[in-house]
Design a protein around this ligand. Structure first.
Ligand SMILES: Cc1cc2nc3c(=O)[nH]c(=O)nc-3n(C[C@H](O)[C@H](O)[C@H](O)COP(=O)(O)OP(=O)(O)OC[C@H]3O[C@@H](n4cnc5c(N)ncnc54)[C@H](O)[C@@H]3O)c2cc1C
Length: 302
């Protein structure tokens, strides 16, 4: 990226660009090399201008929420990471509606959940404790306790690489297990979810029950990127890794969690390559023992 390109990017995002940004500072797992630039975009017009500029200049980009389900390699990424903030991370009060919520893609799931609880909107309690954003949860079709985000999503607004904004209705959204098929280069800016009216106290109770269950099962005391592998049909990746005797195995500062074998935790100073070595060990060992090929859930970038 040359000086002129950097200056243009800074102008488009009103100064909110940081160059040679170490992703270990951003991702939940606390690992990852540098990206050429991390841009915080606060409104749709700036996002449209930015993706048009990056597309014209052949500069790769990808959107990031909280970085809770990605592993950026130690070599980093030659391109721009786009983070949505400001107007793109707000929840809209749809006063006329008793069963809908509309939120910016950059909104933290915890804040969305707080809003819904206070308004007596139920259905999203399964998200309690998932450390992501609305955009990340839609892109990953986040789920827990038998519920998935996709099932509640009524429409999604995206910005396409040509700079145009488009609304995709539920029927056009192809959700599958921990995935959504989006047009190439599309960035989700907003989503509308259909919920159920409910008593705030009952919603709060469900949230605290789900949080307790999560604390009991997951190694939340350490940074991680959540479940590393998708569950194979009819089985659990964690069970297969545990039965392969890999709980507690270490590579550098990373460790296959003794509490939940589908989590790799950063015990301090881990590099992305440590995570990748443990992922390969788990994949290979499970394949040799059971013939089952584990598929990564986390997105590896760089
Ligand atoms: C402790 C822990 C527990 C977790 N538990 C669960 C769980 O129970 N269930 C579950 O499903 N997940 C879980 N996760 C994984 C993760 O939190 C979810 O997948 C979350 O929805 C990801 O959100 P994010 O904003 O952090 O996305 P990121 O990790 O930042 O990004 C994930 C993907 O989404 C894309 N993306 C992000 N924002 C946008 C956007 N605006 N437009 C288009 N694409 C976008 C990124 O490019 C990337 O490919 C857990 C993670 C941790 C660390």
């Amino acid at each position: 990226m040359n000086h002129w390109q950097k200056d243009r990017i800074v102008a488009i995002v009103d100064g909110a660009a940081e160059f040679d940004y170490p992703m270990s500072r951003f991702t939940v797992a606390g690992v990852g090399g540098k990206v050429d630039a991390l841009c915080r975009v606060r409104h749709t017009a700036a996002l449209e201008d930015l993706v048009v500029f990056l597309t014209e200049q052949h500069i790769p980009y990808f959107p990031l929420g909280k970085g809770s389900n990605v592993l950026v390699t130690d070599r980093g990424f030659r391109g721009v990471v786009i983070v949505l903030e400001g107007k793109l991370s707000q929840v809209e009060d749809l006063e006329e509606s008793r069963d809908k919520v509309r939120a910016g893609a950059g909104l933290a799931l915890g804040k969305l959940l707080d809003f819904c609880r206070s308004r007596g909107l139920g259905g999203l309690e399964f998200l309690a404790g998932i450390p992501g954003t609305v955009g990340g949860a839609i892109a990953m079709n986040a789920g827990a306790f038998g519920c998935e985000f996709g099932g509640l999503t009524e429409e999604v607004r995206v910005v396409l690489p040509g700079g145009e904004s488009k609304t995709l209705k539920a029927a056009e959204l192809e959700f599958s297990y921990r995935s959504l098929s989006l047009p190439k280069g599309a960035i989700i800016t907003m989503a509308t979810m259909r919920l159920r009216p409910g008593e705030p106290e009952r919603i709060a109770l469900k949230i605290s029950r789900n949080l307790r269950s999560r604390r009991e099962r997951q190694p939340l005391g350490y940074p991680s990127c959540g479940s590393v592998f998708k569950n194979p049909s009819g089985d659990f990746a964690g069970r297969l890794i545990e039965e392969s005797g890999l709980k507690g195995r270490k590579a550098g500062g990373a460790m296959i969690s003794p509490k939940h074998a589908n989590f790799i935790v950063n015990t301090g100073g881990a590099r992305a390559r440590d995570f990748l070595r443990l992922m390969e060990l788990a994949r290979r060992t499970v394949k040799e023992r059971t013939g089952i090929e584990l598929e990564p859930e986390i997105r590896v970038i760089g």
